[in-house]
Design a protein. Structure first.
Length: 323
């Protein structure tokens, strides 16, 4: 199946940076900052955005020689800082500009999208405000202008593309193949070129689906997709063909059932509310280890159905992940 791009919700639902229209702008939740707004970014720009986060390593020192045995390497949370000028057009606007900035940068504890556009590329992280400094100096009192400082903490240090990507496929079904004419035509009994192999479009729900799809992660970091199995299907399985790692669940899904697997959170939900993590078989890998490495990953959808139902499908959604 061909890959498509769409907008989806929450970390998967709303497109980050939807308000951004030009380079140099920053969107935090619903607040747009940068050129063309009352919240101009200082000429010093932002910090920590394109930096590699501090790394923790599991290296173990060698007891009998120089150096160490290399261990796993994990990035710490990303800290992003920005200096923002509050610049109301008139003194009358000062109260509204300050209130809008204050309301959008409160400590509510929740993570939201922080998106930055540079040189035509919009990347985003899930973050929360960890520091806000707004000097109440004479300039602020008289004109409403202030040089404020913000800091965000992104517990997941990866930056993600604004486009949500999607790959979808159905269960493999045997192709009908060639039909041999029963009566002789003008050219005699036999097949004529071009040959019609009877391979239909799987999107039509017909037979002939290969049961495979390709997920292309255009970033430099591993992406963790959201996977949805739709019934009717028995024991749905999704296999990563590059290394054979798979997700498999001992469950029977009806025509209206959806089994959602969040490989980032490690959850498995039936119809968005009932946990079915316990249905994972012994052949199934831990959900959080089922990632999409940079490049193209071939995936295969299979089941234990004797006669696959053409309505059964799997949908894989992800965002390109960048360091």
């Amino acid at each position: 199946m061909a890959e498509t791009t769409t907008a989806y919700a929450s970390a998967y639902e709303t497109a980050p940076g939807s308000l951004i229209t030009r380079d140099g702008q920053i969107q935090w939740a619903g607040l747009l900052m940068g050129p063309g707004t009352p919240y101009e970014i200082d000429r010093t720009g932002i910090t920590g955005w394109d930096d590699l986060p501090t790394l923790d390593t599991g290296d173990v020192s060698r007891p009998d020689r120089h150096g160490a045995w290399p261990g796993a390497q994990w990035a710490q949370p990303r800290l992003v800082g920005a200096t923002v000028w509050l610049l109301p057009r008139t003194v009358r606007d000062a109260r509204g500009v300050a209130a809008g900035f204050r309301d959008a940068t409160g400590a509510d504890g929740g993570e939201d999208w922080l998106a930055v556009r540079l040189h035509g590329e919009t990347l985003a992280v899930r973050a929360r405000i960890s520091r806000r400094v707004v000097p109440q100096d004479r300039t602020f009192v008289v004109h409403g202008a202030s040089k404020a400082s913000l800091q965000w903490t992104a517990t997941d240090p990866r930056r993600f593309g604004s486009a949500l990507r999607e790959a979808r496929t159905h269960l493999p079904v045997a192709e009908p193949g060639l039909l041999w004419p029963e009566e002789a035509g003008e050219t005699g009994l036999g097949l004529q070129w071009p040959l019609d192999w009877g391979v239909p479009d799987p999107a039509d729900g017909a037979t002939g689906a290969t049961g495979t799809c390709a997920a292309a992660n255009g970033g430099s970091a591993t992406a963790h997709p959201l996977i949805e199995f739709r019934g009717p299907v028995r024991r749905p399985t999704l296999t990563r063909l590059t290394d054979g790692r798979q997700l498999q669940y001992d469950i029977v899904l009806g025509p209206q059932d959806v089994l959602s697997v969040d490989t980032e959170a490690g959850t498995v939900l039936l119809n968005a509310n009932a946990s079915r993590l316990y249905t994972a078989t012994t052949a199934s890998a831990p959900e959080q280890l089922f990632g999409l490495v940079p490049g193209v990953t071939e995936l295969a959808f299979r089941s234990d159905d004797t006669t696959p139902d053409p309505r059964a499908s799997v949908t894989v959604r992800w965002r390109d992940a960048h360091w």
